[in-house]
Design a binder for this molecule. Structure first.
Ligand code: SF4
Length: 269
């Protein structure tokens, strides 16, 4: 098994079942501690500068994912880290760079639940902010997971919605379209668990494949969960790195709006 596309999915797959398969390949237990596969640790420019650990493995297969070759669509790359090892790596970057924020990126961090919660506990003892970037599926599925995350003072959760509707979710991820609702449920669970909308939890939305009408519908749905949520949407668009273009072509996906890596808009129509 090469690791690349080692869990190629059927259209309409169940991301919760995929989570289980991925978990088996990207986590292991050593002396009672859950370790997670990481691809790398690095400085990144987003959020004004953030220490980033890229985890391996995701429970979706988005057709515009920037990390598909190295982290999200692969399962056996990288190296295992305990929460303490990951904490030290991130802290080391923060100290050297003078950053105030850390995050996990690359794949889906919530797949390794114990690992993630222990990492949050460790960062609670600092003044740093931990940005939890997630597709939210596992948090939408389990309100208790939302409650466990919300207990941590360091955490800010960014739930990245894959499109504005079930149809767009399916187009982007190839997953069972009903799971789009579970992404929204994650926001609901986190707000109910006590995270303040727009301060401790907010939605991001991939809009490259959306019509303005579908975006308006989504805004209404977000406002139904909490009126604040539609005021702090982080709008995401595809960045056309060569390897992202390769995946888009493979998946026959055509963004309505996308950006070149130098930030210039590129019309794909
Ligand atoms: S959810 Fe994020 S990490 Fe996972 S495949 Fe989609 S874009 Fe990539």
């Amino acid at each position: 098994m090469s690791g690349l596309d080692s869990l190629d999915v059927e259209a309409g797959y169940d991301p919760l079942k995929l989570s289980e398969k991925v978990r088996e390949l990207v986590t292991k237990r050593v002396d009672g501690v859950e370790e997670r596969r990481y691809y790398r640790f690095r400085r990144d420019r987003w959020y004004g500068g953030i220490a980033t650990g890229d985890v391996v493995g995701c429970n979706l297969r988005c057709g515009m994912c920037w990390s598909w070759r190295s982290a999200s669509h692969v399962m056996i790359k990288g190296f295992y880290c305990s929460p303490t090892q990951a904490y030290r790596q991130l802290l080391n970057i923060v100290v050297k760079a003078g950053f105030r924020m850390v995050r996990l990126s690359g794949g889906e961090p919530t797949i390794s639940r114990e690992h993630l919660l222990e990492l949050l506990r460790l960062f609670d003892n600092t003044e740093l902010e931990f940005v939890l970037e997630t597709n939210g599926l596992l948090i939408g599925y389990d309100p208790e997971y939302a409650r466990e995350i919300s207990k941590h003072k360091c955490v800010v959760v960014r739930v990245s919605l894959k499109g504005c509707s079930r149809e767009e979710f399916y187009k982007i991820t190839l997953a069972d379209p009903r799971y789009f609702d579970m992404q929204l449920k994650a926001l609901e669970n986190l707000v109910e668990a006590g995270l303040e909308p727009c301060i401790r939890v907010y939605p991001a939305v991939m809009l490259s494949f959306s019509s303005s009408r579908e975006y308006e519908n989504l805004r209404s749905r977000l406002a139904e969960i909490d009126p604040m949520l539609e005021k702090c949407i982080d709008e995401e668009y595809v960045i056309l790195y060569p390897h992202v273009k390769q995946l888009l072509e493979k998946r026959k996906l055509k963004p309505n709006i996308a950006y070149r890596p130098d930030g210039i808009p590129e019309s794909m129509i």
